[in-house]
Write a protein that binds this ligand. Structure first.
Ligand SMILES: [Cu+2]
Length: 175
């Protein structure tokens, strides 16, 4: 079942970007939702979508629509739980804290590049996601071994590839 429809937005410099969204949750063209979903007990939890392409200045809102679990959206960054940095060097790290069902948290992205984030209670269940702001080129951490330090294998295996985000625009979780 495909719950998405595509919404194409003409950006600057002739670039055409697409974002996926739930029509009922869309706040504005500049806000894109990532829904936290799961099954009772936390054995099966995910971000939907877990890969997303946005343009600079857009806001991502995470919203917990999982009635059975708390979730977070937490940037990989030394300032937050001393994690390896997996966001652009000039970007500001964020941590939503634990969101109860129906709570939400939003971040506006101003720096180009690749951002990885995780769910505090569920990183070890592979609940991670990736946002690309405009383009991946120039993102320093992608080529750095330090970005791998302390990242569980299940998380590394769960990030959507950059190609899948750039070609598919948004990656839908396969449920
Ligand atoms: Cu979670």
């Amino acid at each position: 079942m495909n719950q998405y429809r595509r919404h194409f937005v003409a950006g600057g410099s002739g670039l055409v970007l697409a974002t996926a969204f739930y029509p009922g949750l869309l706040l504005s063209e500049n806000t894109v939702n990532i829904v936290m979903e799961g099954k009772v007990g936390g054995a099966h939890v995910w971000y939907n979508p877990y890969g997303l392409l946005i343009r600079r200045g857009q806001t991502v809102q995470w919203i917990n629509k999982d009635p059975g679990n708390v979730h977070s959206a937490t940037a990989y960054h030394p300032d937050i739980y001393a994690r390896a940095r997996r966001i652009p060097q000039k970007a500001t790290a964020w941590d939503s804290g634990l969101l109860l069902p129906d709570e939400s948290f939003a971040v506006t992205f101003e720096e180009e590049g690749v951002y990885d984030f995780y769910c505090l209670p569920h990183e070890h269940a592979g609940m991670v996601g990736r946002i690309i702001v405009e383009k991946p080129e120039g993102t320093d951490w992608l080529n750095q071994d330090s970005a791998l330090a302390g990242i569980p294998e299940i998380a590394l295996a769960s990030f959507p590839s950059i190609d899948s985000i750039m070609t598919g625009k948004a990656v839908k979780v396969a449920i």
